[in-house]
Write a protein that binds this ligand. Sequence first.
Ligand code: AMP
Ligand code: ZN
Length: 136
Amino acid sequence: MDDCLFCKIVAKEIPSSVVATSEHFLAFLDINPVQKGHTLIVPREHSTDLLDMRPDIGEEFVRFSQAVATAVVRAVHADGFNLGLNNGRAAGQVIFHTHFHLIPRFSDDGLRTWPSQAASPEELGKLLESIGPVDF
Ligand code: AMP
Ligand code: ZN
């Protein structure tokens, strides 16, 4: 993809702080970190988002992320981490090249997780009906 920022990072046309590499993935530090150690994990091959990514590299995506998380958490002495993916503009995606955000978390960091509210069994039941059988 000619004007994809992360493709350019993968191709080393744009510099990045590389944390680790694997056969199909690259991990580098986010230039605008939510927390110290905020790392992006991207497939070398362009895909716009998770649904567009080749499923056969999914297992490596998780295994590589586990290895990167282990090293980053140890380095910054984090108490935990969030591993997330913004899929689509509505979910906050700005760069349309698939990527996991690995965000180290600290017991006293003051960040919250997503706000939530209780759903009734009826609502959950209706939702299940509308989702239907998952094609897998
Ligand atoms: P998203 O909103 O999920 O698309 O996240 C894009 C992320 O890419 C943001 O957290 C940015 O800070 C990060 N980012 C943008 N440009 C660069 C860059 N040149 N090097 C490293 N991270 C970047
Ligand atoms: Zn790309």
